[in-house]
Each structure stands twice: as C-alpha cells, then as structure tokens.
Ligand binder design. Structure first.
Ligand code: FAD
Ligand code: GLY
Length: 379
C-alpha cells in the first residue's frame, strides 16, 4: 500500500472532497482520510441552497467569495457529470423571501436595495405578484423578495461527485479511518497517524468541519451549531422556487420532495432531533405553504454547522507549522462555498497569488473585527 502522497486531506466532507478534486486535477497524488463515510456529517445534512444573495445583507469579503462560488455551479454541474457520472441536481429557480409584517417588509426593502447596488437581480413583489409566481403561498404573506440567481443542488450528490471526480483523477480515498495525530518534526508537518497506519506527505490539509479540532491549536477551532431538518413528500409538485421566512426555509427537490430547514442550536454536536424542532419546522412550513399540511412526513435528521467567531471560514496555512493548512468553518454556506474553496486552497498550496482581500480576511491569524454573536445572525 502506498504510504507517501503529495497532500493528505483529513476529512471527506464537501470541502475536503472539493480540494482533493482540484489538487488531483492539477496532477498531485492526494490521499483523503475520512473517519466515517464521505459526506457523513454536515455535508449530507445540508439543504443545498446556493444563497449567495439570500444569506447576505451587506458587502463583505465572504459575500464576494459567495458570489464567485455561485457563478461556478453551472459549469461545475456539467464537469462533475462528465468526471464522476453524477448529476448534482443543480436547480436554478431562484429564492423567494417572504414578509408577514411591515418590519419584515422593510428588511426585504433594504436587502433589495443592497443587492441592486451590487448589480444583482432582486425584485420586490407585492403579495399578489408573489402568489402569481407561487400560487400555493399563504394569504398572510404581504410581500416577497425574489432572487432569481440563488439556486440549489443536492448536498449529498455534490459531495459524492467531488469525491468520485477526485478518484477519477487519481486521488486515493480511505473511509472508516480516523486521523488521531499529525506527525510534526521541527515545526514541519510530515504526515498523519491513524489507528491503522502512518501516511506521509509534505502538505496536510485539515477539513474536519465542526469536528477534529484537537488536530489544531485551540484558537483556530470552530463552534458547533446544530441544525435540524425534515423532508416532506408531496403527491404533486407544489412550488418551484426555494421559499423562506424568518426561521425556516422550504427547498423543493427533484421529484416530489421538499426539505424543510432548519433550526440553529449553538453548542450541540449530537444528531438528536427534538419534538420541539419538528414542531417549529412544520409550523413555519405551513405558515408559508398551507397545503404542506397534507404532505407525507418522509424523514428527519440533524447536522452540525462549523462556525467561527467572526462568521468567516478559516482558509490557509496554520501558523507555526510549515506544510499544514486548514479549510474549516464554512458555517451555513459550505455547499455554496465548496467550489471556490477547492480552487482557492489549491492555489494557496501551490503558492500561487490569491486575492489579497480573501487572504487578509480568511487567514487563520486574522484580526477578528466583529463577533458572530447569535447563531442565526447571518440568516
Ligand atoms: P463536514 O461535512 O462536517 O465534513 C467533515 C468531515 O471530516 C466529516 O465527514 C468527518 O467525519 C470528518 N472528520 C472529522 N474528524 C476527522 C478525523 N480526525 N479524521 C478523519 N476524518 C475526520 N450550506 C449551504 O451552502 N447551503 C445550505 O442550504 C446549507 N444547509 C445546511 C443545513 C443544515 C441543517 C446544516 C447542518 C448545514 C447546512 N449548510 C448549508 C452548511 C454546510 O452543510 C456546511 O458548511 C458544510 O457541509 C461543511 O463542510 P465540511 O466539509 O467543512 O464539514
Ligand atoms: N444555510 C442553511 C442552513 O445552514 O440551515
């Protein structure tokens, strides 16, 4: 068995697999070591929204990164179909954010103004216009903001597709193998140790999401924010756009499935789904689309989002250990940010110049200018 690689990636979520694919495509010998199965944590819990506009209310480096990443999805879906034989189920039907009172309407107005100032399409709709677009909407909706360019994918499928595309390009994948330690000599990484073996590489990238923080110094760790979701099955498709209100979203998938998400519970890493969580999701879902009360409850699950103190991911070299990198802390937008993260990290690892705005704001030893106080602050 080969034990020496150019790069070892610790963690096979959407972020690790995207980086593995880009590095393998550039001709490197890559090993991905995954403690469970590919995409078994947050990357299979996600609803798959590409909310590059819907999740942002002001300009920021993360907003810019999200815009760049969203723009990659059309080509990426064709590329991954060719490389991995997987349809990532890219749907480009936009998002509708709903208002139920004047205060929410004013928030939508501000968001529309911001998006238009950024030259993004964003349309404020009256209740009548919104119901013309999606006739099943509740009569209680007073207005909506339509963001036509915010699409969605299947989180599970894109993660699998990145991993198979990486394998197609020569990467090696070990599942059910946990990295217990990093091998570090004289402040330089040499490889990783698992219960089964030792593997060597001059570059190691930690992509363990909300887990595996013991492999990094305490000040570069993430904070877990659990999210519960459920899926409904309809007899007939009821709507096409992703629809959201404060505290809940509905993502219509291929077939007749709708994902209803998601709660935000800071500090929890368990995957227990509470009756209160299900109650919250079903109540809000019916407030948006009353006919959902007749849908079949298909299944429910929880996942853990990896948050950082300022809401920005950690992307870059780990200070103090040569050859060690991380891409972690993508919080609510890891699926959206996965394509750009793959390109960006591959550039950093190849020592290519990257956008200084991103470098300054996503490096590990950045100045944290503001704290992400509440779990749902960037919703
Ligand atoms: P993960 O997917 O958690 O992967 C990390 C992997 O590392 C895991 O597979 C784990 O087993 C492995 N690992 C950990 N420790 C070790 C170790 N020591 N050795 C080996 N392997 C290890 N984002 C969006 O863009 N759009 C959405 O609509 C969206 N919806 C969401 C809904 C919910 C309910 C949740 C929970 C998240 C949602 N997200 C969404 C966020 C997104 O899921 C995450 O940001 C993203 O999946 C993080 O990916 P990751 O690869 O960093 O982490
Ligand atoms: N971005 C959706 C969520 O994290 O629930």
């Amino acid at each position: 068995m080969n034990k020496r690689f150019d790069q070892i990636i610790v963690g096979g979520g959407v972020i690790g697999c995207s980086i593995a694919y880009q590095l393998a495509k550039r001709g490197y010998q890559v090993l991905v070591v995954e403690a469970n199965q590919i995409g078994s944590e947050a990357s299979s819990a996600a609803a798959g929204m590409l909310g590059a506009q819907a999740e942002f209310t002001e300009d920021s480096p993360l907003f810019r990164l999200a815009q760049e990443s969203r723009a990659l999805f059309q080509n990426l879906s064709e590329e991954l179909q060719a490389e991995a034989g997987i349809d990532i189920q890219y749907i480009h039907k936009g998002m509708l954010k709903l208002a139920y009172d004047q205060q929410q309407y004013q928030q939508l107005e501000l968001m529309a103004m911001f998006q238009q100032a950024m030259a993004n399409p964003a349309y404020l709709l009256s209740a009548e216009e919104a119901r013309k677009k999606e006739p099943g909407l509740s009569k209680d909706v007073i207005a909506a903001l339509f963001l036509p360019d915010d699409g969605q994918v299947s989180a599970r499928h894109i993660t699998k597709a990145f991993s198979l595309a990486a394998i197609h390009r020569g990467a090696v994948l070990h599942e059910q193998e946990r990295v217990n330690n990093l091998l570090v000599e004289r402040k330089t990484v040499r490889g990783v140790q698992t219960a089964q073996a030792v593997y060597y590489a001059d570059q190691v990238i930690i992509t363990t999401g909300a887990f595996g923080d013991e492999l990094l110094a305490p000040h570069y760790t993430t904070r877990p924010v659990k999210g519960e979701c459920l899926a409904l099955e309809l007899e007939q498709p009821l709507f096409q756009s992703t629809i959201s209100m404060a505290g809940c979203y509905l993502v219509p998938k291929h077939g007749r499935k709708v994902i209803v998400g998601a709660t935000s519970i800071p500090g929890q890493t368990n995957k227990r789904v509470s009756a209160a969580g299900i109650h919250h999701l079903l109540t809000h879902a019916q407030q948006m689309m009353p006919q959902l009360s007749a849908a079949k409850l298909d299944c429910y699950w929880a996942g853990v989002r990896p948050a950082t103190d300022d809401g920005n991911p950690y992307l870059g070299q780990v200070p103090g250990v040569s050859g060690l990198y991380t891409a972690k802390g993508h919080y609510r937008n890891g699926i959206l940010l996965s394509p750009i993260t793959g390109h960006y990290m591959a550039d950093i690892i190849e020592n290519k110049p990257v956008d200084p705005l991103y470098e300054e704001n996503f490096k590990l030893d950045r100045q944290v200018s503001h704290k992400l106080e509440k779990a749902g602050e960037w919703r």
